[in-house]
Design a protein around this ligand. Structure first.
Ligand code: GLU
Length: 312
């Protein structure tokens, strides 16, 4: 049986060695902890919807989740608010950078939940009477997605909060538009803590697999979110997950995904598997260069492209 028929047979260490040929990109320097990342870190993991797990060397090295948290914040907001959350923000791609200071014209809503404006709002929509309660609910929700108790790096959370000037600007703009109902500083603090959750490639692959399995964690068996929520989240990952690189990503990889400035990418192939790649050097759109290459290879070898048809 070939790897294309059985993902468990894929040699992720071989894929990893091949990916070292990709040399471009630069590590993010928005906060000191990201600037200090090891550019040669490369972890790969995949988890099928029936719970089989494969992991490469370094798949257990922890990094901050950063924007790879956005699909899961959207999922928790949808779970807690139902379709009301969908009325509160758009779902259209922007063709702009992740932190563009721009809201939907006419409505003042964030353009989609995969850019910073949207994630500040989805984090604020998660149930909880105050910032602390929302952060607790987010950490518990992310832990359910990952199937283990995750923790926050306090230093990273603090620096994200202190140095995230554009996030503060976006939160104030959404307050001015009446889109954000909680305090601007609280909204940034909760989002910053969510970005500072520590995960590894294995965790992210389980999280992606939980979406791919319709909201049920295939490793723990826990129902984390409903199937309709998982479908909505994956749909928006497909169109908006890689920011202004989403079109290029869909053509080359063809699997819904979310990128992040820590170099993590989480992928969800509905009904098949979740996968993750962690490699810090980024391209101009903030996507991991090696992560992109490994994802394309995974898609090719496992026949995962959403629009591909087996050749005649
Ligand atoms: N912490 C980053 C920010 O909000 C996340 C951005 C990303 O990972 O793309 O600025």
């Amino acid at each position: 049986m070939s790897a294309a028929e059985d993902p468990r047979r894929l040699d992720l260490d071989d894929l990893r060695v091949r990916a070292f040929g990709e040399r471009g990109g630069a590590v993010d320097d928005s906060i000191p902890e990201l600037a200090e990342a090891d550019p040669d870190l490369l972890g790969i993991a995949l988890v099928t919807v029936d719970g089989a797990t494969r992991a490469s060397e370094q798949a257990d090295v922890k990094i901050s989740i950063q924007s790879a948290v956005k699909p899961f914040l959207f999922a928790l907001a949808l779970q807690d608010h139902g379709s009301d959350a969908l009325d509160r923000l758009g779902i259209e791609p922007t063709g702009e950078a992740f932190d563009a200071i721009k809201l939907e014209s006419g409505t003042g809503r964030p353009p989609n939940p995969m850019v910073n404006a949207g994630a500040l709002l989805t984090a604020a929509l998660v149930d909880g009477d105050d910032a602390e309660a929302r952060s607790r609910r987010i950490l518990a929700g992310l832990s359910a997605f990952a199937g283990r108790d995750l923790r926050v790096s306090e230093r990273i959370a603090e620096n994200e909060h202190l140095l995230g000037d554009r996030n503060h600007a976006l939160a104030h703009l959404m307050r001015a538009e009446g889109t954000l109902e909680v305090g601007a500083d609280d909204a940034v603090a909760v989002y910053a803590r969510a970005c500072a959750v520590l995960v590894d490639a294995r965790d992210l692959a389980v999280m992606g697999a939980t979406l791919a399995a319709g909201g049920r964690n295939p490793v723990t068996g826990a129902d984390v979110v409903g199937a309709a929520v998982a479908r909505d989240v994956i749909s928006v990952m497909a169109t908006c997950g890689v920011y202004d690189g989403s079109g290029r990503w869909m053509r080359r990889v063809g699997v819904p995904a979310k990128s992040s400035v820590s170099g993590a990418i989480v992928l969800a192939a509905p009904g098949v598997l979740g996968a993750a790649v962690v490699s810090p050097p980024l391209d101009a759109q903030g996507t991991s260069v090696r992560g992109h290459a490994v994802s394309a290879a995974l898609s090719e070898e496992l026949g995962l492209h959403a629009f591909g048809v087996p050749s005649h």
